[in-house]
Design a protein around this ligand. Structure first.
Ligand SMILES: Cc1cc2nc3c(=O)[nH]c(=O)nc-3n(C[C@H](O)[C@H](O)[C@H](O)COP(=O)(O)OP(=O)(O)OC[C@H]3O[C@@H](n4cnc5c(N)ncnc54)[C@H](O)[C@@H]3O)c2cc1C
Length: 245
């Protein structure tokens, strides 16, 4: 059955009540760039988050705080946004999409080739989720390991990331603005700890230690075999590490 009801709640409590009343036939809509083309006949009600005021973008204590309804282009345009995040957002989608798509929708969509998610992983991002049971906060790494269980009829409300240290980004793609076949984001934090996150080698963007790269078994497609992706991950990670030295 096509959509029967459109809701625009003005509080998170109201949104959660509507979402839980609608059950499996209800969907949250944020920017709509992913949901609208894929609605099909699965949903009867949509709950639009745009009146909840979750649009803050602000710096505090070396962290960037983002409301879940912040548009990707607004995050890229903000002066306090780290270069790595600005750069990876540019690769996410054309600017018409970036002006609509939200950071909450990007997380919930957990696209395996999202370089923005890889950037957020190395920036030690925490995700805040509100549900009928209350508020919870978990690392992006834990969220990506089991997004459906983490969401469980809840709403992503806020995202916080660390912005200290140095970053680097390497990618291989068929053309400069095409989706990366493999991409690596790296960050050396103020304490000297190096984190690397990859796209194109697992079902979601993933944090991996360089010593574990020899053993990975990436999914293959027409753009790159599993072996090619593994070798690219190793080569690109070396370049990222030498940029961070
Ligand atoms: C042509 C096309 C190509 C795309 N290619 C890519 C790609 O290569 N890489 C990539 O990462 N993404 C891709 N996407 C997906 C999409 O652009 C992003 O995931 C986008 O950021 C979604 O944001 P949105 O605000 O438009 O979400 P919506 O479309 O409104 O919602 C997406 C999903 O997230 C849920 N959701 C949204 N906000 C919240 C929230 N606050 N809390 C809980 N659940 C929420 C929705 O219920 C829905 O299931 C593509 C989309 C399109 C249409």
């Amino acid at each position: 059955m096509p959509i029967q009801t459109y809701h625009r709640p003005h509080s998170i409590e109201e949104a959660l009540t509507l979402l839980n009343q609608a059950g499996a036939r209800g969907a949250i809509i944020a920017g709509g760039t992913d949901l609208n083309p894929n609605l099909g006949d699965d949903f009867e009600a949509v709950i639009d988050l745009q009146a909840l005021g979750l649009t803050r973008i602000e710096l505090a204590d070396n962290r960037l705080n983002l409301g879940a309804m912040s548009r990707l282009q607004d995050i890229a345009d903000y002066s306090g946004t780290p270069t790595l995040l600005k750069d990876t957002i540019r690769y996410e989608a054309p600017n018409t999409f970036r002006n609509m798509a939200t950071i909450g929708g990007l997380l919930a969509g957990c696209h395996w080739e999202s370089e923005t998610l890889a950037a957020l992983l190395v920036m030690e991002t925490e995700v805040e989720i509100r549900s009928i049971a209350g508020a919870s906060r978990l690392s992006l790494e834990a969220f990506l390991a089991a997004p459906a269980a983490a969401l469980d009829k809840g709403i992503i409300t806020d995202i916080r990331l660390s912005i200290d240290g140095q970053t680097a980004h390497e990618r291989v793609a068929r053309t400069p603005m095409d989706r990366a076949i493999v991409a690596v984001c790296g960050r050396k934090s103020a304490s000297g700890d190096i984190k690397l996150a990859f796209t194109g080698i697992a079902e979601t963007p993933i944090l991996i230690e360089t010593g574990a790269l020899d053993a990975i078994n990436p999914p293959a497609d027409f753009r790159g075999s599993s072996d090619y992706r593994r070798r690219m991950a190793i080569n690109l990670s070396r370049r990222v590490i030498s940029s961070l030295a």
